[in-house]
Design a protein around this ligand. Sequence first.
Ligand SMILES: CSC[C@H]1O[C@H](OP(=O)(O)O)[C@H](O)[C@@H]1O
Ligand SMILES: Nc1ncnc2[nH]cnc12
Length: 288
Amino acid sequence: MHTSDTVVGIIGGSGLYQMDAIHDLEEIHIATPFGEPSDAFLRGRMGDTTVVFLPRHGRGHRVSPSELNFRANIWGMKKLGVSRILSVSAVGSLKEEIVPGDFVIVDQFIDRTRHRVDTFYTGGVVAHVMFADPFCPNLREALVAAAGSTGVKVHDGGTYVNMEGPQFSTRAESKLYRSWGADVIGMTNLQEAKLAREAEICYATIAMATDYDCWHEGHDAVTVEQVVATMHANVDHARDVLMKAVPAVTSAPTCGCQSALAHAIMTDPTTIPDEARDRLGLLIDKYV
Ligand SMILES: CSC[C@H]1O[C@H](OP(=O)(O)O)[C@H](O)[C@@H]1O
Ligand SMILES: Nc1ncnc2[nH]cnc12
């Protein structure tokens, strides 16, 4: 049996804390230079592909969006050899035609966060990666195809507003985001995507619409109860999409995500402090 060298990471969001389709599981605790990840990483096999699963908020949903240690989560994935990450997230819909239960394979972001650390490159190393297209085109294509074959309504592209939270939006904010043309709203994906790009890991998301946020006059304002109920009703579809997408993302990448740092580091290598080399070596050693 052919075994792929590509290790695929899966980050599960609200309602997706485990995946029974992953076999031969081992639980791996990783200490990172950036502190504690959300939980132990679960490494196993899906068919002939090695996958590493991490529940974004930890098992038991213990870590709030603003408290997520995105750097530790992405660094841990890199340490385990992950080169492509598929993420699953619950989102509110900002458009009539994105009905709760639909999947959106988002392709853009608007940043409305205020309390987040979103770069690895501080303390003596400066890097500016490209982020005009924040999601990996190869992974997006695989997710659109996989989602299409499950019978769920899938929207190819959409702008994800990343709000701070943990409170949901006010009606005025929700209407403002609609006037900007945004499609969905959530609290977690932007920093993950930025850090994955900085770590040269491909990243894409299955955003599952769970509610109409609070702008829709015909629907009650979003509640956790509503998000959880829609997620539970649809989480098996998300698992199906992942099972179909994982083998499809093991071929050689044609995107530029895995060389994103090649021309991004501004710092003269001779000035990089030893401490920064130790902290960032996993990410920058091949360039400096
Ligand atoms: C439970 S509603 C709000 C919560 O759900 C989303 O989480 P995730 O992206 O991890 O699925 C949203 O971003 C909030 O964190
Ligand atoms: N309406 C909403 N706002 C922010 N995050 C969400 N996650 C699911 N629904 C959401």
